[in-house]
Structure formats: structure tokens, C-alpha cells
Design a protein around this ligand. Sequence first.
Ligand SMILES: Nc1nc2c(ncn2[C@@H]2O[C@H](COP(=O)(O)OP(=O)(O)OP(=O)(O)O)[C@@H](O)[C@H]2O)c(=O)[nH]1
Ligand SMILES: [Mg+2]
Length: 442
Amino acid sequence: MFERSRRGEKALLVQPRRHGVDFDAAASEFRELARSAGAEVVAELVARVDRPHPALYVGTGKAEEAKLLVQTSGADLVLVNHQLTPIQERNLEKLLECRVVDRAGLILDIFAQRARSHEGKLQVELAQLQHMATRLVRGWTHLERQRGGAIGLRGPGETQLETDRRLLAERVKILKARLEIAVRQREQGRKSREKSALPAIALVGYTNAGKSTLFNALARSSVYTADQLFATLDPTVRRVGGFAFGAVTLADTVGFVSELPHELVAAFKSTLTEAREADLLLHVIDGADPLMPERIAEVEAVLTEIGAGELPQIQVVNKIDLTGAQPAVEAQDGRIRARAYLSAVTGAGLDGLRAAIETEFGAERVHRQLRLGYADAGLRARLIALGAVRAEADLAGEGWQVEVDLPRRLALQLAALPGAQGELVRSQLLAEVTHEQREHAR
Ligand SMILES: Nc1nc2c(ncn2[C@@H]2O[C@H](COP(=O)(O)OP(=O)(O)OP(=O)(O)O)[C@@H](O)[C@H]2O)c(=O)[nH]1
Ligand SMILES: [Mg+2]
């Protein structure tokens, strides 16, 4: 698309040194972003920015320095690690005589390259249009091409800019309508997953922490992983079995990054539905990242924002093969249930994580005899699928007597099923528990 950086493009990075911002960390992350977008970094310029220059963001002297560097390094584009105003971007482009992309533009570009699902693509295009809306002065040629040229579309006395604005508004309207349909379709898919009543686990964490690598290790599948930021944009969900309490669904999600461009926040959040609706979060942390505490805090802040701040969580400190930490599980108090140290690559410590998941879903169990009529065959099938049936006797012509043993959490989830199934679970499976608790309390 418009701002897409092509693979191998040579980039000059402008790295602002700002008060209160850890320069080394911010600079190396931006380098990673540039690399993830496919750019080759040929030069870097550090600019102290205490008070941003209104017209250029950096001071005029720095801008001249950048111009010289562009010429000597042969850079095709300049990447600025800050959100520029449209005017600053345009002025810099004029002065440097080369394309200028700011932090938001760069992240948008990466998202555009990564989006795979229909919904993801729509979200990113919408974000790009919103980003460009403020920069419209530079023209809007590709939309005209889609509409077969602007001739005939232009009203009397309408300037090119007005036409562009109108075309843009129309495109945004179309995108929003399509997005609404896509969201509804995803909702339906989620509802049918919900019916399976399996506990849902979502992997969340800062970008490049190793979520997809862990996903593959747990699901024994092969989701795309790469040493680049936002390798995963669209959530992937798999059923993962092999737990003593049965199976779970496991979702891989988009990575978090600090200072996400505001145009992308909606797109980003919509891909995090899986996280919001999970029963348990695995917060994957890059144990080799010197900024680990800051990253944890940033991820927690986003989780709170999307309404996932109260969900039970297991912290997974990954990459112990790099840090030399021992595989271990430390139990914690409250919402954060445990902290597991492991390596998703070598597999060291994976058993510990599995055990922590077992504890979360399987610690408190419900062990009961159920009487199920033939009309309850659906519930019986569900219990079998969950691995909850210990023994079963046929009650000649009247249904089954089923010995059920399952985690209390699963029983509670089943109790929420609509109609007769949930009713049966509430009256037979859970009512007895409270009865027995009463007995026990005496
Ligand atoms: N040494 C080492 N590298 C790891 C480990 N886990 C993941 N990596 C590497 O870290 C990089 C990022 O891994 P991904 O699994 O793609 O990370 P992610 O969290 O899914 O990243 P995004 O999808 O971009 O948010 C890859 O190069 C992995 O090979 C680990 O335990 N040890
Ligand atoms: Mg990933």
C-alpha cells in the first residue's frame, strides 16, 4: 500500500533522545521494528529533542545533518522514532528529498504485511486510511484507480482535495460495514467453540517474547514464528489435549508493543478477543530482555484496558536457555497463580507449565454419580469428550448411571450451558456438592 516499505529498502533511522525515556531500549526496539518491516538500516542519527520543533520535529541543524547522511549513506527512506504531525512529515520529506515514515507509519506497515484474516486486513486498511486522512494533501491516487479514475466523479467546483476527502470517507464507510459483518462471523465461530465447553487458554505478551514458539510446543503444531516483531497478527486457536482433566483450547495472539499508534489500537484490541474471553492467560515474558519489568507492566496495562486485567494468569518466563535460569514453577498468590521458568525452544520446563495448568483447572474436583435419561445423550457425549466419565452403567431402558469426575471449574462451565443440559448439571452435579459441603461442615 501507500506507505509500504519494500524488502531491502535502505533506511536512515532518526532516534530521538527524549527526557524520561530510556534511550538504549527505545532505540534498539525501533531498530527491531525497522528490521521487521524489511528495511535495511544503513545509518542512524541521534537527535536530542527536548522541545519538538513545530515544523520539523528535530532542530534545523539536525535536519541538515540528516540530509547529508541520506546522501552519503544512500538511504531510500528516513524512519523517525516518534509520531510526527503531517506537517512535520511533509516538511522533512521536502527538505531531505526522500520518503519519511514515522513510528506509527512503520508499525502500520508491519501490520499491513502481516494481516492474514479478512477481518485483520480490513482493520489494518481502516487504520491506514485514518492515518492517511490527515496527510491527504499528498494526493490519493490509488483510490481513484480503484474507482476507474476521478473523471466523472468530480462535482462542479470540487477541488482535488475535496474529491479525495469524499472518496476517502466513502471507502471508510464501506470498510466499516464489511468489518461489522466480519466481526459478526467471528462471533459465531467463537460461540460454537464456546459450546465445546473446554477451558480456554490464551497466550499473551510483548512482541517477540516467544508466544508462537510456546504455542507450537504445547500444541505440537506449527504456527509461524520468526525473530521479528508482530510475526503473529491474527489469533490462531487449537484444541490441546493430554491434560489429566481433559483438553483445553489454546489461542496465540498478537504481540504487544509500547506506544502503539492510536489508529491501530482498535485493530489491535479486536484481535485480542481471545484473550479477553479466556479462562486462563499465559503471560509469556522474554526472560532475556533487560527491560523485563517494564514489559510486564506494559502488558498488564493493556490487559486492564481490554478488560482482561482480572483473569487468572500464569507468568511464563521464557528463554531460560539464554539466561541460564533453572526450569522451575513458583506458586504465587492471587490472580497470578504461578510463575513458570522454561524454554519454549529446548522444551526445558514445559512439564512444569503443564503441571501448573493442571493445578489451575484440575485442583478442585467434583466426583458424582449422575442419572441421565436418553434425552440427555448430548450432555453424556460432552462429558465423555471432556474425559470426565469414570464408569457407566446402562439402566435398562431408562438411560445411564454415569460416574463423573471432573474439575469443579469445568462443572461450573457446564452449569452455564443453556437449557436442560445446564439445568441438569446444576441440579445433579453441583447441588450435591453443596449438600455434601453442608454435611462436611457439621
Ligand atoms: N533462545 C530462545 N529463543 C526463543 C525461545 N522462544 C522463542 N525464541 C525465539 O524468539 C523469537 C520470537 O519468537 P516467536 O514465538 O515468534 O515470538 P512471538 O511472541 O510469537 O512474537 P510476535 O508474534 O511477533 O508477537 C524467535 O526467533 C524464536 O525462535 C526460547 O525459549 N529460547
Ligand atoms: Mg507470534
